[in-house]
Design a protein around this ligand. Structure first.
Ligand code: KG4
Ligand code: ZN
Length: 347
């Protein structure tokens, strides 16, 4: 099945053409970061307006790059939540209009479902696996038993990991979004110079907390008398990143062990982090486990990732009606394959 996917949940407008939920023919991403950088974070109203401008453009480009026309498209998959409501509505309304006018089926896909299935666009992965979703809005651990079969094992009780990266970047005088900048600085830094806490690491369960690390960094910055630059900034970034990577990796591997899972998928924007990638690869090697990180383009917000679940539901006969609405808040564990396909078609 040839699916057109559309993503507009935050500050990236993206459209992709994907065949059979696996073969990415195009995946166009228009980023709005420049628009929001001067405000130090995403401005929801501006995001919605920018999506409105970018949506038709990225769709045209996606079709062109895939070498197909709208009439070749057999189904539309769109992020219907969670995310910024105004932003989501732009992609959703566009998807509905296309599905209606082309008389083809439509499916609303959960944004995090997209992230944690994204590595399937690159290689087959056997279920079940553990998924760590780490982005600007999520730090969640799931057991994934199949498409539409997700159990929540743990989640952040306060900030998401990406949010902590962005806030630490902001306090360090870096631009938004600062995750990638912290990553770059950390590579040159000495992680042992500053010791930051590892919240919840030794507690039972698999929940996380990142606001304490962020506050500890702020306290440290206030104590420093020298200007925050050069080696000092690199060491601070390295110490902070080390603390986050330590907690994420140790908790994820502990959860995998407890639930008897030998495969781990790490997905979402923070999965681009080089320290996180190295640590997971190293631990997986030591423990005889396999870890999958999507390519950076598939870690960040993109539309192709939606086509894995989108194609799965559509090709089995699921059709959303035009009353489909956007949901700003939508826990992934509420997504059930049985609701898409009915009890008989579970799988
Ligand atoms: O998945 P994503 O693109 O958007 C959301 O759904 O939130 O994730 C964006 C987050 C931002 O917080 C950004 O700073 C972070 O991912 N990020 C990184 C890196 N690249 C992006 N964080 C740490 N290291 C990176 N290399
Ligand atoms: Zn995302």
């Amino acid at each position: 099945m040839l699916v057109l996917a559309i993503e507009s949940s935050c500050d990236e407008t993206s459209a992709a053409v994907v065949r059979d939920g696996r073969q990415v023919l195009s995946n166009i991403i228009a980023s709005q970061v420049d628009v929001h950088a001067r405000y130090g974070g995403v401005v929801p109203e501006l995001a919605a307006r920018k999506h409105l401008e970018a949506c038709p453009v990225v769709i045209d480009q996606a079709l062109q790059q895939a070498g197909v026309s709208l009439n070749d498209i057999e189904g539309v998959a769109v992020t219907s939540g969670p995310g910024l409501i105004g932003a989501l509505l732009v992609g959703l309304s566009t998807a509905k209009a296309l599905a209606y006018s082309l008389n083809i089926p439509l499916v609303g896909v959960h944004h995090i479902e997209g992230h944690i299935l994204a590595p399937l666009l690159e290689q087959p992965i056997e279920f079940p696996y553990l998924a760590l979703a780490v982005s600007g809005g999520h730090t969640h651990l799931y057991r994934v038993d199949g498409v539409g079969q997700y159990s929540l094992l743990g989640r952040t009780l306060d900030d998401a990991a990406g949010e902590a990266f962005d806030k630490v970047a902001k306090m360090s005088g870096l631009t938004y979004p600062g995750g990638a900048l912290i990553d770059k600085l950390a590579r040159q830094g000495n992680a042992d110079r500053f010791e930051f806490p590892r919240p919840m690491l030794h507690r039972s369960g698999f929940d996380f907390s990142f606001s304490g690390i962020k506050t500890a960094v702020l306290t440290q910055i206030k104590k420093l008398e020298a200007p925050l630059e050069g080696q000092l900034l690199q060491d601070l970034a390295a110490g902070f990143q080390e603390a986050v990577v330590d907690v994420l990796s140790k908790k994820a591997f502990k959860a995998a062990k407890e639930y008897g899972l030998s495969r781990i998928v790490v997905a979402g924007g923070v999965a681009c982090n080089s320290g996180l990638r190295e640590r997971f690869a190293e631990m997986a090697d030591n423990k005889g486990m396999t870890v999958y990180f999507p390519a950076p383009l598939l870690c960040a917000d993109n539309a192709a990732m939606l086509a894995v679940a989108g194609d799965f539901y559509l090709s089995r006969g699921y059709r959303a009606d035009l009353a489909l609405n956007a949901r700003s808040n939508w826990p992934l564990e509420q997504v059930k394959v049985s609701e898409f396909l009915g009890g008989a078609q579970r799988g």
